[in-house]
Design a protein around this ligand. Structure first.
Ligand code: AHR
Length: 672
């Protein structure tokens, strides 16, 4: 019998025992003992973070609120996203040119020439699978325009999917020079898939570039801002860090399309367009997936600051995606390492330094307080380790204050994984990032994974994980259901219990546009106006919002397998004991809870996520089908009974009292 068959057999026997026991009327019981007076490891403030990758239209078409796709006509097909209106019209001509451009970095622009006056003629932009427009809200249209012939005007319209006009505005008085022209549009109705129409009125010709339409209500109402509803979903997770801008995205399919942060800062119009690595991703290629870099490194750092999260940039390590076989020779890593040094200066350097000055010019003279950098993504083997070593040698010498996170490959086991661990341990890497895109049984059976990790080696970041309902790494049939969320929650109890080793964790991927995704499962699904969290999202939130400060040792005894999973922490500010449990069974678990060394008040709060079927999910129609609810728990003492619901994740927040105030302060002081 192979390993998988043995696990299946054990599972079957357990299930039979459970069914027999339940049919005989025997309740599932458990005992949990928390040693409240024996606080263990401190929990890192970065324990629960998020990983933003520009996948699934995460940035352009997602978090970045720009509504115009291909605004600077730089896609390889420069008219992608644009079309002539009315279709087939012969009242004018459209042409893509690059002579005497608005800027040399993104040189293409559109010329619209009206040859038959009095007829509608222009272009239409389809947005990112449409444009989300809200009734009564303002939208800022802007474009670089110059008059080439005559004195034409522009008529700007937002139209619904069915052609119904939502609003109109006009722009005129163009000169022979490139100039930015702007107008505000207010929509009469809400539309999920609107379009932007631009008509040229009057005989003549204009050149147009950097065509933009932005909601004025962005996150913090910033121009060039982020979608407020999506950022709010992130803020509600209270992330300890944000890793950005991606994994595979940063590798690139080839080195020349790797992510280079310097291309993403400074003047918007001069951020050179780049193909997105997920453009050709099978089985769901997305030919219109490019990076405008409107959401670039400055904006990522700003987002981290807004959310009180540590920034964690990922930098290319001199290797493209390993399947390409392309890598910078070891003696040509200089520019890659320089990018890392310059990034530290951009984030933390004084405004008198070249990159610190750039940060200040972009509106942020204060440093961004960068503390960690992730080098490379899922590269493996000696090529990766050799490159990591060169980066580390320089970065550690010049910036010992910056912690470096190294990768262990795409798999959480196997030869590549072991090789990475052995070598990177020898190199005394600060933190090693482990990835696990696996089915729920992997998460359940890895709850104790970190119990036996070396306490003297590198720390661990569970830097990409997600339970997949279907087999295989890339399976478009994956669902984000309750079973996946329960298995992740069980795994998270293991991370929390091992907070002396595990210092960071984040689910992947974070976002997916319902009409433009490449990868599933994802934490948050959105369309052009709405978003909802999967059950996994709420699991993240339950852990992150009840992080606590120190781990409390605990024992769990269950009468059945699979068992009840649990971890406990204490919040030093409130004094609360926070017990997190996962019941993966279809039956309730009648549990006796002992809190040794503490006295608790007679009531407590329970935050419970549960559902009736393991296949339960959330959706746009029922976004809170699986959602944590709060309950008041009575009759709590140092020894009390509690029934954990079937298929549930429960956070019990118990207000702990100690015998005297001085004792409380003694406990708190001992943990400083
Ligand atoms: O999370 C999606 C992808 O999975 C990441 O880009 C990559 O690092 C991993 O293989």
């Amino acid at each position: 019998m192979n390993g998988r068959k043995i696990i299946l057999a054990i599972g079957l026997v357990s299930a039979i025992l459970l069914v027999n026991s339940l049919s005989r009327g025997g309740a599932v019981t458990a005992t949990i003992t928390v040693q409240a007076d024996k606080p263990g490891a401190k929990i890192s403030p970065t324990m629960w973070g998020i990983f933003f990758e520009d996948i699934n239209f995460g940035a352009d078409g997602g978090l970045y609120a720009e509504l115009v796709k291909n605004r600077s006509f730089e896609f390889p097909n420069p008219m992608m996203g644009w079309s002539k209106i009315p279709p087939g019209s012969t009242a004018g001509l459209i042409e893509i040119l690059d002579q005497d451009p608005f800027n040399d970095v993104n040189p293409h622009y559109l010329r619209i020439k009206v040859t038959r006056d009095g007829e509608d003629f222009g272009v239409s932009n389809e947005g990112f699978r449409g444009m989300g427009i809200r009734q009564g809200e303002d939208y800022a249209f802007s474009a670089q325009v110059r008059a080439v012939q005559g004195r034409p005007a522009l008529r700007i319209e937002l139209v619904a999917n069915n052609g119904h006009k939502l609003t109109t505005a006009r722009l005129n008085r163009f000169t022979k020079q490139w100039e930015k022209h702007s107008v505000t549009l207010r929509a009469a109705t809400t539309e999920l898939k609107a379009r932007l129409n631009i008509y040229v009125e009057g005989p003549g010709a204009i050149d147009i570039d950097m065509v933009s339409l932005f909601p004025e209500k962005t996150w913090k109402n910033r121009p060039n801002g982020l979608r407020a509803d999506l950022v709010q979903m992130l803020a509600d997770l209270k992330p300890g860090f944000i890793k950005f801008p991606g994994g595979f995205l940063t590798e690139g399919r080839r080195l020349d399309n790797r992510y280079q942060w310097k291309m993403t800062v400074g003047d918007l119009a001069e951020r050179k367009l780049m193909i997105n690595a997920f453009n050709k991703f099978r089985p769901r290629p997305t030919p219109d997936y490019f990076q405008s870099y409107g959401l670039g490194f400055f904006e990522y750092f700003q987002l981290c600051e807004d959310l009180g999260a540590e920034p964690q940039p990922v930098l290319n390590c001199g290797m493209a995606a390993q399947f390409s076989g392309e890598m910078a020779p070891l003696n040509q890593l200089g520019p890659y390492i320089q990018d890392a040094l310059d990034l530290i200066e951009f984030a933390n350097g004084p405004i008198t330094s070249p990159w610190g000055k750039k940060r200040a010019e972009m509106g942020h003279p204060q440093p961004f307080n960068l503390k960690t950098i992730r080098l490379g993504n899922e590269q493996v083997g000696p090529h990766y380790v050799e490159r990591y070593e060169q980066f580390a040698r320089v970065l550690k010498a010049k910036h010992p204050e910056i912690k470096l996170i190294a990768g262990t490959g795409p798999e959480p086991a196997g030869n590549n994984f072991k090789f990475a661990w052995n070598k990177l341990r020898e190199l005394k890497a600060d933190i090693l990032d482990e990835h696990a895109h696996k089915q729920p049984d992997w998460f359940f059976s890895n709850v104790t994974r970190y119990d036996t990790y070396d306490r003297n080696g590198p720390k661990v970041m569970a830097g990409e994980y997600a339970a997949h309902s279907e087999p295989g790494l890339i399976n478009p049939n994956n669902r984000s259901n309750l079973e996946c969320a329960l298995s992740e929650a069980a795994f998270l109890t293991g991370l929390e219990r091992n907070a002396d080793v595990v210092v960071m964790s984040c689910y992947a991927p974070l976002f997916a546009h319902v009409d433009a995704w490449q990868w599933t499962p994802d934490l948050i699904w959105f369309d052009n106006l709405n978003a909802y969290g999967t059950p996994s999202y709420y699991v993240q939130q339950m852990f992150s919002c009840s992080r606590g400060d120190v781990v409390l040792p605990l024992d769990v005894h269950t009468s059945h397998t699979p068992r009840l999973y649990a971890s406990a922490v204490r919040d030093n500010q409130t004094g609360e004991i926070i017990l997190k449990t996962v019941n993966p069974l279809k039956a309730p678990v009648e549990t006796h809870i002992n809190l040794s060394g503490a006295r608790v008040t007679s009531s407590a709060k329970a935050i419970i996520l549960t559902g009736s079927k393991l296949t339960d999910e959330n959706s746009f129609e029922a976004p809170k089908n699986i959602f944590p609810v709060e309950e008041f728990v009575r009759n709590v003492s140092t020894s009390f009974n509690y029934s954990f619901r079937p298929y549930s994740v429960t956070v019990l927040r118990l207000s702990a009292e100690t015998t005297s105030a001085s004792e409380t302060s003694k406990i708190r002081l001992s943990e400083q």
